[in-house]
Design a protein around this ligand. Structure first.
Ligand code: HEM
Ligand code: HEM
Length: 198
């Protein structure tokens, strides 16, 4: 543990890293890293598919939707796991740091839910099924007018960027804790650590 007194900057990075003082079990850890990997893959696919010829572009978009469905299941699993009795560990933080750290959790979860919901809406608004590795998931609504489709895609894009920017700050803060403050913030989100205490 670090022996120096925590500065306001240290607290701020704790907040951005979403540290609210709980210990993460291995299921939570696995779901966190699956989420991170899938979100980055989703973004990388979407930002690069324009560089490729149409057939490759179509497969990349198919993959984006398939991984998107998997990501949706991972997020639902994480939220259910987190809400289940016995999975809430009381926070070590107090006061505004605790409130702010929780806010970062909720903001990330909120944006993730909105991003995946908009992803489905973008595809269904075109009157097309969502592709799950070749299987089509039909939408509950028919095609929408072109401006509505455009708006949904634009919103999906903005929310995706917001997640990436916040997650980058969040990751940087976690690395600051690990390498500079040398505390347990990152370690307890790594496999095998969470259930064994501090
Ligand atoms: C797109 C990528 C990412 C997303 C969407 C994401 C999202 C989240 C969320 C929602 C939580 C709260 C977990 C909960 O309490 O249920 C969290 C915690 C955490 N994340 Fe991430 N994360 C991402 C990437 C990363 C990366 C790259 C790192 C490390 C370099 C990281 C390190 C952590 C740590 C250490 C915690 C626990 C903080 C604490 O001690 O409370 N995350 N993350
Ligand atoms: C957090 C997860 C996700 C991220 C970061 C993400 C990111 C993106 C980005 C940046 C674009 C480009 C938007 C534009 O060009 O204006 C895009 C397009 C799209 N996304 Fe996602 N997305 C995610 C989840 C999903 C999900 C769950 C689905 C559906 C199951 C989905 C379906 C689509 C579709 C259909 C498009 C439009 C493709 C096209 O131009 O034909 N996305 N996504």
């Amino acid at each position: 543990m670090n022996v120096r007194t925590e500065t306001a900057f240290d607290s701020a990075t704790r907040v951005v890293a979403a540290d609210d003082g709980t210990n993460y079990d291995n299921v939570a850890v696995a779901l966190h890293w699956a989420t991170a990997l899938l979100v980055v893959t989703q973004f990388a696919l979407a930002e690069t598919w324009d560089w490729f010829a149409k057939p490759t572009q179509n497969s990349m978009q198919g993959l984006h939707m398939s991984f998107g469905v998997v990501l949706t299941l991972v997020i639902v699993a994480r939220l259910v796991w987190r809400l289940m009795p016995g999975h809430q560990v009381s926070s070590l933080e107090i006061g505004w740091v605790r409130v702010a750290a929780k806010s970062v959790h909720y903001l990330l979860y909120g944006l993730l839910v909105v991003a995946v919901a908009l992803g489905f809406a973008v595809q269904w608004s075109r009157g097309h099924p969502v592709n799950l590795f070749g299987l089509g998931i039909p939408g509950p609504f028919g095609p929408f007018a072109r401006p509505v489709r455009g708006l949904l895609k634009e919103l999906h894009n903005y929310v995706a960027w917001a997640i990436i920017i916040i997650a980058a700050g969040h990751a940087a803060a976690a690395l600051y804790h690990h390498y500079v403050l040398k505390d347990r913030v990152l370690k307890r989100m790594l496999p095998g650590y969470g259930e064994h205490g501090r």
